[in-house]
Design a protein around this ligand. Structure first.
Ligand SMILES: [Fe+2]
Ligand SMILES: [Fe+2]
Length: 166
């Protein structure tokens, strides 16, 4: 079916981000396994729980639109996840290098999600969609922004002395 309206565009992006969130469950598990830094590990685990809620919020949005929840392969996030897996498999990172990399990898996914949700929120508002839909997207966006802020702080406070070449 050709995409002709803002509602069509919203639904396409909704299916995409519904897939993104599912893939991130596994990705956050992987990141938490690859890191030895307790604070980051905890952040990944907490955000994984939030991600489960994001999935439920998106299901609410599908329902409010009268649509069955459906995943459409998000190649963007899949690429990011593969890149991260390859890094850990192929680069034999030292412990603190792996720790810092994991924070950066998570930051990238948050930025990706934030952009998707910012657009969707704008489209939902422009198309005057139900309050329920707008609130679902707003809730997810707020969590992603807060997750990104936490990661940015961890990146700033990281003990770089451990990985600076001498
Ligand atoms: Fe999310
Ligand atoms: Fe996220």
């Amino acid at each position: 079916m050709p995409a002709e309206s803002l509602e069509d565009l919203f639904l396409i992006e909704l299916k995409d981000v519904y897939d993104t969130e599912h893939r991130l469950l596994g990705a956050l598990d992987e990141l938490s396994q690859q890191t030895t830094q307790e604070e980051a590990q905890q952040a990944f685990e907490e955000h994984r729980e939030e991600t489960e809620q994001h999935i439920r919020n998106l299901e609410q949005a599908f329902q409010a639109l009268g649509e069955e929840p459906e995943r459409e392969e998000c190649e963007g996030i899949q690429g990011m996840i593969e890149e991260t897996e390859e890094f850990f498999e192929e680069k034999e990172p030292a412990e603190q290098v792996a720790n810092r990399y994991a924070i950066g990898a998570a930051q990238k996914t948050e930025r990706y999600e934030i952009t998707a949700y910012e657009n969707m929120l704008q489209w939902a508002q422009e198309a005057d969609m139900d309050r329920e839909i707008i609130e679902a997207i707003e809730a997810n966006l707020a969590d992603e922004q807060s997750a990104l802020r936490d990661l940015q702080r961890m990146a700033e406070e990281f003990d770089y002395q451990q990985i600076v070449a001498v």
